[in-house]
Ligand binder design. Sequence first.
Ligand code: URP
Ligand code: ZN
Ligand code: ZN
Length: 463
Amino acid sequence: MSVLIKGGRVVTATDAFVADVLIDGETIARIGTSLDADAELVLDAAGKLVLPGAVDPHTHLDMPFGGTVTVDDVTSGHAAAAFGGTTCHVDFVIQPPGESFGAALEAWHAKRDGKALIDNGFHMAVTDLHTGGSLEELATLPDQGVTSYKLFMAYKGALMVDDETLFRTMQVAAQTGALVMVHAENGDAIDVLVKEALAAGNTAPVWHARTRPPELEGEATNRAIQLARIAGAPLYVVHVSCRESVDPIARARRKGWAVWGETCTQYFFVDETFLERPEFEGAKYVYTPPPRAKANQDVLWEAVRTDVLSAISTDHCAFLWDGQKTMGRDDFSRIPNGGPGLEDRLRMIHHFGVNEGRITLNRMVDLLCTTPARLFGLYPRKGTIAPGCDADLVIFDPERRTTITAASQHSRSDYNLYEGTEVVGDVETVLIRGTVVVDGGELRVEPGFGRFVERARFGEQLL
Ligand code: URP
Ligand code: ZN
Ligand code: ZN
């Protein structure tokens, strides 16, 4: 099928110009002015932006966690993503302690087979090198297109690894060309603070933040940076939430070390006071790292503007408030950690970042599309607009006003972190590999359309 997108403003991480985009089959064939092709479908994009499909490098779909399972499976999560302009994401396979990486990967493939609406890849979350997967097996994952290893430095007694596991994984990554990702918090110290808080009768959601102070994120971030340097592995710090973590990343990047940082949409908008909302509403904002003091929001905007932080993800890890978050009514440590957000990232960052002058349109594309694709071995097939790339495109109306609500979202979660927020700028049409996936508020593809993407090794290109 051929598609001609006429007269939109094509925006990449570096350019913005009015042009026509001709798609032949699954890829972009030509970009030019007054293209006159006999396309089977012509989409008028005059007055609209034509953006690369957004890439979300950090999601948790259909994941057992915190005594329950995240409420979005692959199909509902992908619907939320597609309506929000995200055309590809990389989800976390979690190695159940005691099991092999192969078994975990097989289980995650089974969750997506026949259910995917958008394209996706997998990271491997390493939880156990003692009784489960071996270093040898870990080294084989990049051959299967799984080219990033994730380690949790927190969640003691569940997903947390010790420094030996972290360091040995980094050594394997240095050999295999995988990117190491860390959830950087000092899980041992947090565990002590949580026990002390509960023993003192402090059970409300706000204690989630009070027992995870920013210094413990900063300490773990610096530890991971230093260990990665010794191991010779590239490092990506996920969901950076505060100055204490931004500072060591800034220092590492000034020195030219192979370190990158990501923050998530919610850290720009939700602060620690949200956790104090009455009637247990605060539980909606229990995710990790926790919402921080408001002053950190300016720190994060400055960090994404200046490339101290290089990507914005969602960390979409959705639960129901009613029935899942409420498991922790009498004990904040039993509230499943995570929040929804896959559908909202582009609209929120476009409105509060671009419309309000904090970042440029090109920088937004870089943070949401190009750099995630580059770092995670998807570029240039994904993440930009050029001949030969997958025709993953978003026609975005920069003038349309919408209000973000749970009632209108596609996630199965029963709440939205940004409920009632008015934004200017909305997704109109979404194409993946040349097929219209979303148009006029309708989903146009069936489960099974989305493909698994084998990603290139760190620093290598996919095409
Ligand atoms: O609270 C969060 N972020 N839940 C998902 C797991 C993680 O730490 O990324
Ligand atoms: Zn995490
Ligand atoms: Zn996460």
